[in-house]
Design a protein around this ligand. Structure first.
Ligand code: GLU
Length: 316
């Protein structure tokens, strides 16, 4: 019998003592000064049982993890039409890379790299004003988490607006290829605000519950997306959720996961748990150093890797 409470408590203690913590993202000034000693973890099981460790109730900038929720909204609104404008293949490149856009005619590899997420913002913007859409995204994530305290950190959004030269380059480049319908600044305004959503590990794990439950929101029993779409979002998280570190994450952790440069990771054990970890120090690929380690230990100790063979009765 797996004692999840003990596993989470042990991992929290191990991470508090870990010497190698990585370096917080430097290119977004408010993220650069977050204390690398922070570590938080929240595990919410399918029956709603919640296990917390460390700074699990401290809000942090979810950054690229927001791309999971934006994709969910876009699939709900536009359905499979979005796939003519963004692909579903791992990029093998850095999160902010521009190189593939040249040879691939402005169609980003997947919705979880920056270029792909900017296209998703553009798709969501159709017939809306940026302010309305940002408000809708905030309401969506508050509903998923069942928590009205979730907010957008305007200081982070402003900093991204002032320093996001690469993102401006990506958006302008895609506009030149005809893959942005809105003015690049409008699509980017939405993108920077969604990246600036601030959630704690507990709130983030709550917001991810529909992905462990075949698309169903446990609060209402209604589907957020169909079971098929939830499965496919999980598949994209597994193959593309950690940029050019996605293969390594699948190898070490074996769960669908999405990281952000704020140091958070949302990971899903389908049918079993929604998990959020946060530690601001990043590895060379922009993924949380301790977040990955904590998830590797959790998946191994709980037997949750999606590649674990179920143990046959009688063979126990
Ligand atoms: N807002 C960040 C950027 O556009 C997101 C990157 C990330 O979390 O990977 O650079």
């Amino acid at each position: 019998m797996v004692d999840l409470a003990a596993i989470v408590a042990d991992i929290g203690a191990e991470m508090a003592a870990a010497p190698e913590r990585g370096v917080p993202a430097q290119y977004i000034p408010p993220l650069a000064c977050v204390d690398p000693a922070r570590f938080g973890m929240a595990v919410i099981e399918a029956d709603g049982t919640c296990h917390l460790a460390g700074d699990a109730d401290m809000p942090f900038s979810i950054q690229s993890i927001s791309k999971v929720f934006a994709l969910t909204m876009a699939l709900g609104r536009e359905g499979d039409r979005i796939w003519s404008r963004v692909g579903r293949e791992p990029s093998g490149s850095a999160f902010n890379s521009i190189v593939q856009l040249e040879t691939e005619h402005g169609i980003p590899r997947n919705p979880f790299i920056n270029a792909g997420a900017i296209v998703v913002s553009d798709i969501l913007l159709a017939r809306h004003e940026p302010r309305e859409l940002i408000g809708e995204m905030l309401r969506f994530i508050r509903t998923l988490a069942g928590d009205e305290d979730i907010f957008i950190d305007e200081a982070v959004a402003r900093a991204e607006q002032q320093t996001g030269f690469r993102n401006f380059a990506l958006a302008n480049y895609m506009k030149a290829f005809g893959n942005l319908q809105n003015d690049p600044a409008r699509a980017l305004g939405v993108y920077f605000h969604q990246c600036s959503l601030a959630l704690s590990c507990r709130q983030l794990a709550m917001a991810g519950r529909f992905l462990m439950r075949g698309g169903v929101n446990p609060e209402t029993g209604f589907n957020i997306v169909s079971a098929e779409r939830a499965r496919r979002i999980n598949a994209l998280m597994l193959t593309c959720g950690h940029y050019d570190g996605s293969g390594e994450f699948a190898f070490r952790v074996g769960l669908p996961g999405k990281s952000g440069v704020g140091g958070g990771i949302l990971a899903i054990a389908p049918g079993k748990a929604s998990v959020a970890v946060w530690s601001p120090g990043l590895d060379a690929k922009g993924n949380s150093q301790l977040g990955k380690l904590a998830l590797e230990r959790l998946a191994a100790r709980a037997g949750w890797s999606i590649f674990d063979a179920p143990v046959a009765e009688g063979a126990r």
